[in-house]
Design a protein around this ligand. Sequence first.
Ligand SMILES: Nc1ncnc2c1ncn2[C@@H]1O[C@H](COP(=O)(O)OP(=O)(O)OP(=O)(O)O)[C@@H](O)[C@H]1O
Ligand SMILES: [Mg+2]
Length: 587
Amino acid sequence: MESLKRLKPYLTEHKTRLLQACLVMVAVALLNGATALVLKPAINAIFAHQGDYRMLWGVVLAIPAIFFLKLVITYIQTYLVNYIGQRIAQRLREELFRHLHALSLDFFWRSKTGEVLSRLTNDVTNLQNGLQFVPLFLVRDTLTVLALLVVMFYINWHFALIAIIAIPVAGGVLGVLGRKLRASGRKGQEVMGEIYHRFQESLQGMLVVKAFNYEAEAMVKFRVESDAFFGQMMRYYRATALSGPLMEFLGSIIMAAIVLKAGQEIYAQTMTPGDFFTFLGSFFMAYAPIKNIAQTNAQIQLALASADRIFAILDEKPTVMERPGAVRFTGLREGIVFDDVSFKYPSRDHWALRHVSLEIKKGEVVAMAGSSGSGKTTLVHLLLRLFDPTEGRILIDGKDLRDYASQSLRAQFGLVTQDTILFNDKLGANVAVGSPGASLDDIRRALEVANASEFVADLPAGLDTPLGDRGLRLSGGQRQRIAIARAVLKNPSFLLLDEATSNLDAGSEKSVQAALERIYPGRTVLIVAHRLSTLQNAHRIVVLHHGEVAEAGTHAELLSRGGIYATLYRFQQLEPGIEDEAAPKEA
Ligand SMILES: Nc1ncnc2c1ncn2[C@@H]1O[C@H](COP(=O)(O)OP(=O)(O)OP(=O)(O)O)[C@@H](O)[C@H]1O
Ligand SMILES: [Mg+2]
């Protein structure tokens, strides 16, 4: 009911067209009644005036004429109904798309991509079907059945009473069968979803499938679902196989009763052949609309269930909310302070960050070190306000981060993430994500800084080379350089480099780093890296350990301190040495 109420504005938007559609449907119903009604004079004329060709031709021409009229009206009806359904589906799809972009990251951590996608596709389609079919069933088909009943009563009310008893019986049987069909059909859909998921998994992970000889095992899992689908669909088809013939059989019994009674009346000359055929014609014409009416409730339920799921997504509130009166962030003036910040991922029990207090002054280059899972990426994401601290606050120029408009904040940040995300677009456009209106020269300069010009020049279409899912595959290091160019092009006042050069070979890393360091002046920079040699030039290095700040200082200070950093550093320095020593001993 709630969903029905919420659908109202979507429908009222198309008031005029809906009204037009209803009027056309009334016309279709009347025409259906008329079709049955003209049978009577036509047939009576043929029987009564044998040899009268003028009469015969009149009847012959009337039949296509009526159906031509019906064609025109049905066309208009179908056009209008589909137009409304499509428009509403389009609006919902756009609202869903926009809303998904407004939601905070925790929604995407919580939900399965497949499920969200199914709402964007299946549920919108179900709802659209409901919006298109329910009015047809309720208006056109109900009126058609009424019109045909009127015809039947007009012809012979005794017979009409037999038919009237048959209608609810037929409707009931069809309703029950329909429910069975839908239930097994829905289960079939679910199983199909699993099969679809398997396909997707293998398509995406074919490399690992092959490298790990996973083919046979994947096939076994697939076979299980495939068999389940077969069984489910056979149940569905068994129900379908029965429903059509069963209805026809029931119809034949009623028809037999009518023929018996009609035969008696025709023998007694109380009924004309025209009456008989008109009656039978109406009876058969009522079958399809009755079948539809019996489905109406199920159609409504299906559509409303889908509407519920669609509105559930639209009702999701972003957890990162814009505060009323949020101010525009125009650039850092003093610095950023983490004031006793703690953060816990909603799905986790332990703290990803715990009591983190640190300061990043404007123009400073601060590095974050720490073992895998110590919370470095989390800290970077907090700065972008992708989520809010669970406890404590982050101050920018003395003002809580949450008091700034997020978009204006993010506009000042240039982020290179650990995993490079490329969009289905040309290489140039991928670099220009976040910098709309960048000139080709700007893009080339950014690629230069990222040490990417050379490999881009070697690509078949240079900047116009399509990338992403359906485009060209790049190596990990090449992807990363595109990401660096993207951040550089944005010309941000705050640069966030999360393992930005981790996929590059030592040579490229050095040159990219040197180029990046040339653009550091005038910007505030936060670097995260495992390779500690890349952090040495930072003004300050902060070491995270299990989400807490373990130590901080310059490279030299931390080394002389002999703590975590010093141990890690020595270890990395020694790495080649260890291998060298180990090799001859084993030989
Ligand atoms: N989306 C998430 N949901 C739940 N837990 C998460 C999520 N992202 C990270 N974590 C957890 O939070 C902790 C900190 O993760 P984070 O990614 O910040 O570590 P990191 O220091 O960047 O590690 P690495 O050096 O491997 O990139 C880890 O224990 C991780 O498992
Ligand atoms: Mg990380």
